[in-house]
Design a protein around this ligand. Structure first.
Ligand code: NBP
Length: 477
């Protein structure tokens, strides 16, 4: 019994995480439902480190030092429950079961409570960075008890991505907090990708730029405040030419976006928490709408806006406006994600260091960007920051973006180009900064048809107006 950790489930993620642990000097026991995969891993990569193959669950458990650390890397849902049920009877109090799959945080909360009742630690871990990240350094978001992090933390920090010498791993919070922030990471990723896609569409349709020229614009933006992995790969995708047709690659790809579900989970959860993550929601709905072939056929050919094409100088100016709009919208989308994490922390009693979340997303994951340094610094200066826009540098940048941001959204509306995420971000900003919202009228409507009562600006209490007997004084209930 000498393995520091065991990995069960040797798909692409499990295999690469096991190799990553082994390459960092940890003896690793490996196990898979189908033993052929275990043998293949040992044969191919056994020389990389101390990898011990186990063909049965009992042999796997016996290979681990105590407290045992078992990392499950199988399909989320029923498969994860099946594996937990298989191993739990073989474990002893104090052992740690880790789920590194893409579990829904509510499942993680349920599993954590069930295993805690048996004296076991259950740690739901968000792992970002895909196959490459798993091998070379992912962003790691563990939930679970502080006690389990004391054991696992040094190992996770070791194998995680590093930025400026700092690990992209931290204890996020209790039970499902790790899987929750991983879910929000993916929601933010949806918004960021959609905003970039809308910027491309505007540059192409309004600015008149070709995909290769837009690749150059993105490359330039990548050297500034928008610099990020997503902007970098967008430039590569736009510069890519399809070998079969010689056309820009982006023109031969079917325009129906897929999704695996974490964006949808973010939006569903946001509704439960009353977190207004509108840019994330619009990005998720934009993917759904893109795939609705019949609906799109029914709308096809309906009139849109028109404006004359831009001159070259105007196009240049337009591109710089789009940069402002993209940046401002991005700040809003990230702010929405952080609001949602704060809301969940309040709801579930998690103590989440909001700056540390930004820190561990600077490397290893899809939304990695220097921008996250700014968010980290903002929460470092004020851990109780209610919103990024309450920080003066972000507020100043958003102030500077006002004209170009609004002009960009207006150009899109005039030309009939869909910008759901840009518009949602701008409306979110205008909603939250407004002195008065038409929510007052909604309250009147609700009181009229449902006697739902309303609050008043001049007095405390709940009031109801007798709408059918106009003129009678309102009552306070
Ligand atoms: P998959 O999600 O494709 O799962 C394959 C593994 O699950 C195999 O080891 C398979 O065993 C095992 N498995 C299944 Br399926 N059902 C099982 C059951 N009932 N009992 C025992 N084992 C079972 O692998 P992956 O792509 O490596 O992903 C692993 C986890 O990591 C998933 O939850 C995924 O969502 C998450 N994740 C993936 C990525 C990514 O980029 N792929 C990124 C981050 C997180 P077998 O060999 O016997 O069939």
């Amino acid at each position: 019994a000498s393995a520091a950790i065991g990995v069960t489930g040797l798909g692409v993620m499990g295999r690469n995480l096991a190799r990553n642990f082994a390459r960092h000097g940890y003896p690793v026991a490996v196990h898979n439902r189908t033993p052929a995969r275990t043998r293949a891993l040992i044969e191919e990569y056994g020389s990389e480190g101390d990898l011990v193959g186990a063909e049965t669950a009992a042999a796997f458990v016996a290979a681990l030092e105590r407290p045992r650390r078992i990392m499950i890397m199988v399909q989320a849902g029923a498969a994860t429950d099946a594996v937990i049920d298989e191993f739990v009877p073989l474990l002893e109090p104090g052992d740690i079961v880790i789920d590194g799959g893409n579990a829904h945080f509510a499942d993680t909360r349920r599993r954590e409570a069930a295993l805690r009742a048996k004296g076991l630690h259950f740690v739901g871990v968000g792992v970002s960075g895909g196959e490459e990240g798993a091998l070379h350094g992912p962003s790691i978001m563990p939930g679970g008890s502080a006690e389990s992090y004391a054991v696992l933390g040094p190992m996770f920090e070791d194998i995680s991505a590093k930025v400026g010498g700092e690990p992209c791993a931290t204890h996020v919070g209790a039970d499902g907090a790790g899987h929750f922030v991983k879910m929000v990471h993916n929601g933010i990723e949806y918004a960021d990708m959609q905003l970039i896609a809308e910027a491309y569409d505007l540059l192409r349709q309004v600015g008149g730029y070709a995909p290769a020229e837009i690749a150059d614009i993105f490359r330039e933006w990548n050297t500034g405040r928008l610099g990020s992995y997503l902007i970098e790969i967008t430039a590569d995708v736009l510069a890519h030419v399809d070998a079969a047709t010689g056309a820009p690659f982006v023109d031969v790809v079917a325009d129906a976006a897929g999704q695996k579900g974490t964006g949808r989970w973010t939006v569903q959860t946001a509704l439960d928490l009353a977190s207004p993550v509108t840019a994330i929601a619009q990005a998720t709905f934009a993917r759904a709408a893109s795939g609705r072939r019949e609906l799109r056929a029914a709308y096809a050919g309906l009139p849109g806006g028109t404006t004359p094409p831009l001159s070259a100088t105007e196009a240049d100016r337009f591109a710089s406006r789009v940069e402002h709009a993209l940046y401002a919208s991005k700040v809003i989308a990230y702010d929405q994600g952080w609001t949602m994490i704060q809301d969940a922390a309040a709801e579930y009693g998690w103590k989440i260091d909001l700056g540390a979340v930004a820190r561990i997303w600077r490397g290893g994951c899809i939304i990695r960007a220097s921008f996250l340094d700014r968010i980290r610094a903002a929460y470092r200066a004020d851990p109780d920051l209610v919103s990024l826009l309450a920080e003066k540098e972000f507020a100043r940048e958003i102030a500077d973006a006002q004209v170009p941001w609004r002009e960009t959204v207006a150009s899109a509306a005039r030309r009939g180009i869909p910008v759901p995420a840009f518009s949602a971000a701008l409306s979110h900003y205008d909603t939250l900064r407004a002195d008065r919202l038409p929510a007052a009228l909604l309250q009147g409507q609700r009181d009229y048809f449902g006697a739902h009562t309303y609050g008043r600006t001049d007095r405390e209490g709940a009031f109801h107006t007798h709408w059918s007997t106009e003129g009678r004084p309102e009552t306070q209930s």
